[in-house]
Design a protein around this ligand. Sequence first.
Ligand code: FEO
Length: 397
Amino acid sequence: MKPVQIAEGIYDVGVNDWNIRDFHGYSTYLGTSYNAFLIVDEKIALIDTVKKEFADQLIANISQIVDPRKIDLVISNHTEMDHSGGLARVMHRVGEDKPLYCSKMGHKNLQRHFPQNWNYQAVGTGDELSLGRRTLAFMETKMLHWPDSMFTYLKEDKILFSSDAFGQHYAGQEKFDDVVGDRIMPHAKKYFANILMVYGPRVLKLMEQVQSLGLEFKMICPDHGVLWRDNPAKIIDAYVRWSKQEAKKKAVVVYDTMWHSTEKMADAIASGLAAAGVDARPMHLRKWHRSDIMTEVLDAKAIIVGSPTLNNNLFPTIADFLTYMKGLKPAGKLGAAFGSYGWSGEAVKFINRELEAMDFELVDPGLRHQYIPEQDALEKCYQLGVKIGEMVGAQTA
Ligand code: FEO
């Protein structure tokens, strides 16, 4: 990726990671990008770096604009290695004595990742840094999504460098929202659902803080995916909506199956939900990636989980999914369990236990069926779907 001038004297010098398909357990079908930003003013600042293996590409991109040795300061908005992995190469080229700005937690965390004794300059919310004609302001955004995370705001240009927030795992030649269009929104939603859902209340507080400060954004530049320049309010509004976990008239029926019996139950439950006017999709866990299912969970009102019983236990993909979903703390959901079994049938009990631990409202004790469900059993599944569908209808707009 060649550097892209995003405003006068400001460049995205980051890289595309076209072929990454798994980002610590999150499926990235279209790759991702690691964005990094160069601001050329009286002082030259670099905001963030890239994954370690792309550091040379980052330096080559910078070199097309300026000699890296002319960079006066480096800012690290976030310690996670997809943005700091290139720091050692970069600091070596820029100069080990150049100031490295980061949050107080960033200082602590970066020291745990890198042994070098860099010239750390810890900053906090309200601190400012003049580049000459332009001013950078820092805002700590703890736990969005690491303790060290912070935003950097370029006051005169009204550009927010937002680290992971507002990002999308998307690699493309296009660098702006208006070029990609609305097809970027599902990627932004997936990113929120899988990285930030758990921090929804913090996101809402941050949005309030930003509003109270009266900050305007002409452009929001996350560290992944496209930059929001057309209508930054659109992604902010989406973040507020997603943070509240506003549910649609929608249910997710997530399941796995050994000999199609639990699958038949899933289909019948989904039919009942649909008959009650609810958008319902049965999602087989070995056909759908857990991160795609979580994207659907974000705005679904009911999550119905089905598992065969295998060796007196949950089917492994279901255990994986329940663990993943629990960590992301979906809120305000209705839940139910179902599953076929051969001789012991513990799966429904174990699913119920997990759904209760997630504070889901269990709407039924759950449906267990031995071996193959025939018409009577499938009718019970259908009726469970209708019952949950009616509850979803009553609790959503
Ligand atoms: Fe893109 Fe939290 O790193």
